[in-house]
Design a protein around this ligand. Structure first.
Ligand SMILES: Cc1cc2nc3c(=O)[nH]c(=O)nc-3n(C[C@H](O)[C@H](O)[C@H](O)COP(=O)(O)O)c2cc1C
Length: 199
């Protein structure tokens, strides 16, 4: 599939059949995610891969509450995703990297982290997963970090200094998958978003 097509066809899938994807395909997608650009080539992003209902169930229990699960029309389809990839960022790795001689600011003043590069890198890797999944014909959805980060870390043995960006659900998509209410906002027109020369 051409990249342009993958970009245009990619959609968040919120209903999965539950059928496990080919493990080789999942590994290929994850390997490509690790080729995403990385600030200072720090590569301070880690992927915790949960596979099958016994591993994914705890993720749902930790990151959603019972009231939401009961009222959400989407929970059943989402929670059938056979693979959940949790994307973690390592702020400390970037802080250390940018203290190294080739990166340390010549002013001697530590980097201010106006933009936390650890989240940028984690997001680039995440986007690569979404696009590669599209190319492989798999459904994928990114779910943001709303709750459960601390508990997830403990449950999964993730080092305490890591930050959780969110989760990518992967698997065979199915219908019905009614469009998210967010899509009613439409796309901002090109000319509203792209500012040539100045805003
Ligand atoms: C940072 C971020 C957090 C998101 N969190 C959620 C989420 O928790 N649940 C969900 O269903 N979709 C989530 N989305 C998906 C957006 O709703 C979706 O990308 C947007 O509506 C555009 O739809 P499309 O990706 O299918 O084109 C998230 C997207 C981003 C970038």
């Amino acid at each position: 599939m051409e990249l342009r097509l993958a970009v245009r066809q990619r959609r968040m899938s919120r209903n999965f059949t539950g059928r496990p994807p080919d493990p080789g395909v999942v590994d290929a997608i994850l390997a490509d995610a690790l080729r995403a650009p990385s600030a200072g080539n720090t590569q301070g992003r880690d992927l915790v891969v949960l596979e099958g209902p016994s591993e994914t169930k705890q993720f749902w229990e930790t990151t959603t509450d019972a009231a939401w699960r009961a009222r959400s029309g989407r929970f059943a389809g989402l929670s059938r995703a056979p693979v959940v990839v949790l994307v973690f960022a390592a702020p400390g790795a970037y802080r250390s990297r940018y203290e190294e001689p080739d990166k340390r600011p010549t002013s001697g003043v530590p980097v201010e982290w106006v933009v936390p590069f650890w989240f940028v890198d984690a997001a680039f890797a995440t986007m690569t997963i979404l696009l590669r999944a599209t190319e492989e014909g798999l459904g994928a959805a990114f779910l943001g970090n709303f709750r459960g980060e601390e508990v997830l870390r403990v449950q999964l043995g993730v080092p305490g200094d890591r930050r959780w960006l969110g989760a990518v659900l992967l698997g065979e998509a199915t219908g019905p998958d009614p469009p998210s209410s967010s899509l009613a906002r439409g796309r901002r027109p090109f000319a509203d978003s792209v500012h040539r020369g100045a805003w």
